[in-house]
Design a protein around this ligand. Sequence first.
Ligand code: ADP
Ligand code: MG
Length: 347
Amino acid sequence: MNTYLKDKSVRHLRAGRFLVTLASAALLLGACQRQEPMRLYGEAQGTYYSIQYYDPEQRNLQPQIDSLLQAFDHSASLWVDSSLLRRINAGQTDSLDDILQFLLQNSLHIMDYTNGAFDIRVGRLVQTWGFSFKQRSEPDSTTLAGLLHAAHSTISYDNRRLLRESPDTELDFNAIAQGYASDLVAQLLDRHGIHSYLVDIGGEVISRGLKPDGSPWKVGIERPAEDRYSEPVVQTAITLTDASVVTSGSYRKYYEKDGVRYSHTIDPTTGRPVQHSLLSVSVVENQCWLADAMCTAYMVMGLDSARSFIAAHPDGPGTSAVYFIYDSCGTLKEYGTKDFMNLVVKK
Ligand code: ADP
Ligand code: MG
């Protein structure tokens, strides 16, 4: 009897709570429907950020977001002179903070998984080819051999310290860091109880929840442009719910010499900028850093190898929802995996 009463009272309590939840949800929904999203814009990681979120309390979280992104740049950016990464590369320290430990650990895993297509040891190669903060120059074969030696020397970590076989090996997290910064901003919004948002740091996008009117967030994927000055045009749009999408392209960041366009992505095997028909890759994944890293890996592989990789790793990370835009004899073509095409907004 006692048990029955106890159970019954628990049931009442639960039902009561449920009704309260329903009522407050209805109230919130009513309030949210009239609500405009908060929109924040700024700069981080050498690029822009654009963040939208719905918050019934209309809190301005820009100061918190800016300080998170500043701390991030102070750790992993190659554009900030005194960043920890710049100091590590210069041999001034080998100790890793939380951000670099995360990036290093996961980068080593992706390097292995992609058979070295994604490789953070390209630091000096990137600087030499001129896509980072130094002047561009085409290395002669002796210089290239030296750079490749540094880029192929072993790196690992132990007890939050970077271990380098060669002091010439410099790390470059640019192909994964923006994605991870987006993840961290998303986590900050989660901690503040924001359930509907779209975070975009330089094209590395994360969405959470639905908008208050019940519609999903939509993200446009840019058509590869003629050159870096062209106005962006949307090639396709996808719905994105509780996921990330990242696009890497060879059409905005490149340099041209003697009529040849050099991409800012380096093939770690040859030490040279990749040159093939693949114009852009988009990857949808749960974590933004993973989508970011896999996009770069596919850009290195090129269309055919990337498609073989996807076929060979049906359950592997970064292979289910992928979209390629490529050039076929002067015509723009596209290929998307089934899971990606299911996200495309029907016109
Ligand atoms: P974006 O988002 O700007 O298209 P990515 O995410 O592909 O760029 O990152 C490109 C940057 O990553 C380059 O500018 C360089 O700093 C670095 N990088 C170049 N080649 C590689 C590579 N094979 N693996 C990892 N990082 C690379
Ligand atoms: Mg990337």
